[in-house]
Ligand binder design. Structure first.
Ligand SMILES: NC(=O)c1ccc[n+]([C@@H]2O[C@H](COP(=O)([O-])OP(=O)(O)OC[C@H]3O[C@@H](n4cnc5c(N)ncnc54)[C@H](OP(=O)(O)O)[C@@H]3O)[C@@H](O)[C@H]2O)c1
Length: 243
């Protein structure tokens, strides 16, 4: 009989925890008994979340994932506070929806540095810690990591890059007992891309998924017995088509 792994006392690092899916994932995992170390740029929001979750369960620090040193600091704070790292969730990301000519080079570069390079810096900072006892890397990708369409070509390219990274890491890190999973949601009701191709009136009105739908999937990945791994999860609302 397959048994659910108990997350009580496990230590999970989450980037992009100041809103949306990352924030909800912190709440979900603490409710399941985990300790969380939270990173993002808007630290005041993180500290509010720590106050809500309790300092015995959560710690936070400013972390811009485009800076490798910030990612290393986040991992260090997790270890100093809770003694170890069991899992890391590279979740931070931004979305610019529009044609190939709609955004400046600088803004597109910000998205490429955040979604692609930032995921790499997060993983590189975490792996030395995860190698000690094995663990999980759960990358918040997108359904756009598996397909693409007009007005999201560059965003989708950054998400395809995450899938390529994850497939290689899965092959490389499995021998160290580290599982690598890609979570690929379709549209979800968060602040994501608001004003950058999505409008406030869209939110919650088009049958988007809730952040808790995604955090439920992340919790389920972490709770799987360690003898198995499920590498690619696509999450789509019943109200949405695949395109
Ligand atoms: N919402 C959707 O429809 C959807 C669908 C598929 C996939 N996703 C993916 O889900 C992930 C989470 O997005 P969300 O929907 O929860 O959006 P969100 O509510 O806008 O949250 C994004 C988070 O990323 C953080 N972030 C952005 N740039 C960062 C940086 N340079 N360094 C550190 N943190 C940074 C933000 O924090 P700060 O601004 O405080 O730094 C924020 O906490 C993203 O990777 C996104 O691509 C979202």
């Amino acid at each position: 009989m397959t048994e659910t792994r108990d997350l009580k006392g496990t230590v999970v690092v989450i980037t992009g925890a100041s809103s949306g899916i990352g924030q909800q994932t912190a709440r979900t995992l603490v409710a399941a008994g985990a300790k969380v170390a939270l990173g993002a740029r808007r630290v005041e929001r993180l500290f509010q979340l720590v106050a809500e979750l309790g300092a015995e369960n959560a710690v936070a620090t400013k972390c811009d994932i485009r800076k490798p040193a910030d990612c290393e600091t986040l991992m260090q704070i997790a270890v100093e506070t809770f003694g170890k790292i069991d899992s890391v969730i590279p979740n931070a990301g931004i979305g610019l929806y529009g044609s190939i000519l709609d955004y400046s080079n600088e803004r597109l570069n910000e998205m490429m540095e955040t979604n692609f390079q930032g995921t790499i810096w997060t993983v590189r900072a975490a792996v030395p810690h995860l190698k000690k006892n094995g663990g999980d890397i759960v990358i918040l990708c997108s359904i756009s990591g598996f397909r693409s369409k007009k007005n999201q070509a560059v965003y989708a390219a950054t998400k395809h890059a995450q899938v390529g990274l994850a497939i290689g890491l899965d092959d490389e890190l499995r021998e160290d007992g580290i599982r690598v999973t890609v979570i690929a949601p379709a549209a979800t009701d968060t602040e994501f891309a608001m004003g950058d191709g999505r409008l406030p009136e869209n939110l919650g009105k088009l049958g988007y998924m809730e952040p808790s739908d995604i955090s439920f999937a992340i919790q389920t990945v972490l709770q799987q017995p360690r003898r198995l791994r499920t590498t690619e999860w696509k999450l789509i609302a019943m109200s949405q088509g695949i395109n």
